[in-house]
Design a binder for this molecule. Structure first.
Ligand SMILES: Nc1nc2c(ncn2[C@@H]2O[C@H](COP(=O)(O)OP(=O)(O)OP(=O)(O)O)[C@@H](O)[C@H]2O)c(=O)[nH]1
Ligand SMILES: [Ca+2]
Length: 460
């Protein structure tokens, strides 16, 4: 018997195919939608960095859904107030007022429903260490309490904390490299790094221990009070009467007030008897001589440890790469020298040539630069180099281990504030994060391809 052609046979296959395709599409859609990352909800934290020359309000945010230690905190916003609260010694109430505008910005940047749970910290550094004014702190606290955040108090950080939290920040977003941290502030400067040669026993005061990404770290850290850029300049000026100053450009002449020069504890005991009210500050622009002046601020005569940096302070041998931020960055950025593959000798030559350039010419060549910064780059550049080489013992060979950085990956500023907040909110990641083996898109593609293959197989 002849086999009759079944008209349903062909269309049957078509129907099955259509149903199969619809089923696959539906499956993929359901599956993609179900697995879609949920719309992120964020938590927030605010840290005020009350530095010697500024107060900066930092807002951090991190995903609320994830476990405490896996969602990465990032800087969402920052707002800068100049001058710093330590400049309001005579008028403490103004210190509080000065923060209002940036705090209002913080209110706008954080969703209202999160305000009450958002911790607010103020940490002050070298400027307040030198000033130590209870009135300024009281005024600032009062102002901060009028905002709708969860105020956690204002305090002065120790030098160790300032150095250690700077190190945490630098290493937080980059969990592979363990880099040291170099911070050059206005009133103090910090160096922090991990060294095989350091277990804390030789100088316990320089030791801080951390657990980060599954490893324990014994961190060496030291803060040099008065060795920030601005206080170091005061010390340099208050040496032997600086009538002809090698750290300022030729043709630079300025009448300055003696009392302003001696207004800080870093130099107050150097004030000469019967000093005149004013003095003429005249530049001669000589890098070598300026470097000698800077060296005279460092005491190398005594060291009761196996080795020291300056002023008899213990320092283990340098190890690894270093992130150098704050004024380190501002200065080298101005000189176009943030690239440390440029040999140290070339760096010196460039700064020396800049110092020797007459002031009028410097001004003409740098029209966009604020004069208050421009006038200081000869000293600042010389100070930076001398601190790194004579102070911390960087050499022509190890100089390229320094990376001059401003922002961290993802745009967070390098500095102690992020590390400080992570520590106080228990968010310093003790263990390495557990990442899924595949990125989300790859996972969707692979699963889809497998389903299609299975369907095709099934059809045939
Ligand atoms: N050239 C330049 N200098 C800057 C800039 N911003 C700040 N500075 C100066 O760089 C120095 C260091 O600044 P910061 O790191 O903010 O210091 P700080 O936090 O106020 O001081 P500390 O309390 O000692 O940490 C100070 O002398 C500032 O006046 C800038 O944009 N350009
Ligand atoms: Ca600082």
């Amino acid at each position: 018997a002849m086999k009759e052609k079944n008209p349903w046979h062909k269309s049957g296959i078509v129907i099955v195919a259509v149903i199969a395709v619809v089923a696959v599409v539906a499956l993929v859609v359901v599956f993609v939608v179900q697995n879609m990352p949920l719309p992120q909800k964020y938590k927030y934290g605010i840290v005020l960095d009350a530095g010697s020359s500024h107060t900066t309000v930092f807002i951090y945010e991190w995903p609320a859904e994830k476990d405490n230690n896996t969602g990465r905190a990032e800087q969402k916003h920052s707002c800068n107030v100049k001058p710093g609260i330590s400049s309001y010694a005579g008028t403490p109430w103004k210190a509080g007022q000065s923060l209002r505008e940036c705090m209002r910005e913080a209110e706008k940047n954080i969703p209202k429903q999160r305000h009450a749970q958002t911790p607010l910290y103020l940490g002050a550094t070298a400027g307040m260490r030198l000033l130590a004014s209870d009135e300024v702190f009281r005024a600032v606290s009062e102002t901060l309490q009028t905002f709708p955040f969860s105020y956690q108090g204002a305090r002065i950080l120790s030098g160790q904390e300032e150095g250690a939290f700077g190190w945490v920040t630098v290493n937080y977003l980059d969990d592979r490299l363990k880099q040291g941290a170099l911070d050059l502030g206005g009133a103090s400067t910090q160096i922090s790094f991990v060294s095989k040669m350091f277990d804390g026993s030789e100088s316990p005061g320089n030791s801080v221990t951390f657990r980060l990404y599954g490893n324990d770290y014994n961190l060496y850290t030291h803060s040099f009070l008065c060795y920030g850029k601005d206080q170091a300049l005061k010390m340099a000026l208050s040496g032997p009467p600086a009538i002809r100053d090698p750290c300022f450009h030729p043709e630079y002449v300025e009448t300055k007030e003696y009392s302003k020069l001696y207004d800080s504890p870093c130099v107050s005991d150097r004030k000469p008897q019967g000093a005149p009210a004013f003095f003429q500050h005249t530049g001669i622009g000589n890098f070598q001589q300026c470097q000698d002046v800077v060296r005279s601020l460092f005491n190398f005569s005594q060291c009761k440890y196996s080795q020291c940096s300056l002023n008899g302070v213990y320092q283990p041998p340098l190890q690894g790469v270093f992130g150098a931020f704050s004024a380190y960055y501002y200065i080298m950025d101005f000189f176009n020298l943030t690239d440390t593959s440029i040999p140290l000798d070339t760096v010196k030559e460039r700064i020396a040539r800049f110092c020797a350039t007459p002031w009028q010419q410097v001004k003409q060549q740098n029209p966009g630069i604020k004069l208050k910064y421009l006038v200081g780059y000869c000293f600042a550049g010389t100070y930076l180099l001398t601190l790194l080489t004579d102070g911390y013992n960087f050499t022509s060979e190890t100089y390229s281990n320094i990376k001059f950085i401003h922002k961290q990956i993802k745009g967070s500023d390098a500095g102690w504030t992020l590390g400080y907040m992570l520590n106080l909110t228990n968010m310093i990641p003790a263990e390495a994060p557990n990442e899924p083996p595949l990125p989300y898109a790859g996972y969707v593609v692979i699963v889809t391809v497998i389903i299609i293959l299975l369907v095709v197989l099934f059809l045939f």
